[in-house]
Ligand binder design. Sequence first.
Ligand SMILES: Nc1ncnc2c1ncn2[C@@H]1O[C@H](COP(=O)(O)OP(=O)(O)OP(=O)(O)O)[C@@H](O)[C@H]1O
Length: 256
Amino acid sequence: MTVHRAPSTPTQTISTAVAAQAVTKTFGGSDDATRVTALDNVTVAFRPGEFTAIMGPSGSGKSTLMHCLAGLDTVDSGRVAIGSTIITGMSDRDLTLLRRRRIGFIFQSFNLVPTLNARDNMLLPLDLAGTSADDDLFAHIIDTLGLADRLAHTPHELSGGQQQRVAIARALLTRPAVIFADEPTGALDSTTGTEVLELLSRSAREMGQTIIMVTHDPHAASYADRVVVLKDGAIVDQLQNPTAQTVLSALAGLGA
Ligand SMILES: Nc1ncnc2c1ncn2[C@@H]1O[C@H](COP(=O)(O)OP(=O)(O)OP(=O)(O)O)[C@@H](O)[C@H]1O
């Protein structure tokens, strides 16, 4: 799968795929008693081709961080950038276009269109953006994901694992700056879930795809290059090359 990786040179500077700088996000009323600080001055950057897991106890701010990084929610203060584009303060229309062109999403519930077959589901984001698929990339992705003989099937004719592979293919095909995955293995049995995690890890390693995954599962997080741990809306720990055991220990240390 190395053919699709951008060439690199020793002099190339390492850019940032996604970054949050001093991001604060609150919800609720105008007085301190009813206001919830979901993100408290969060600064974090994600390298191109890096596979990162975001973890933390329930209510620690994982979904809020993902939504703010993906431009699905506004921030109270601070800045979010996708590549060199600052998305903070963009209009809804511009954000929608940016999401279509530069961001891929993978959800626990697959979010496929039930009336479209696998091929049309995969091509939908490109159709919406008014572009077409790169034939070589399409062939490469369906081959890698083992979907070549499932293209004419609608989602209800596919297993959960196959549906999630279609959703991954759909996300990869636009060659987005970043893919956000929200509990992507939550609805899968452990064998199928492991296959999906291996695919995500290979997409990062072999295609240079940046992936940010929210998960509660230390096993899932162990496939990432890095784990970012949130607690009470702040980053309290980061692990490089995590194992399920080091993730469990980090979470246990939070009293979670
Ligand atoms: N729309 C909202 N309105 C009010 N409060 C919210 C809203 N969304 C999130 N919150 C609050 O912000 C905090 C962070 O929530 P968030 O959903 O980001 O946490 P999480 O780590 O993703 O939790 P979980 O693991 O349970 O999904 C929580 O206290 C939550 O109640």
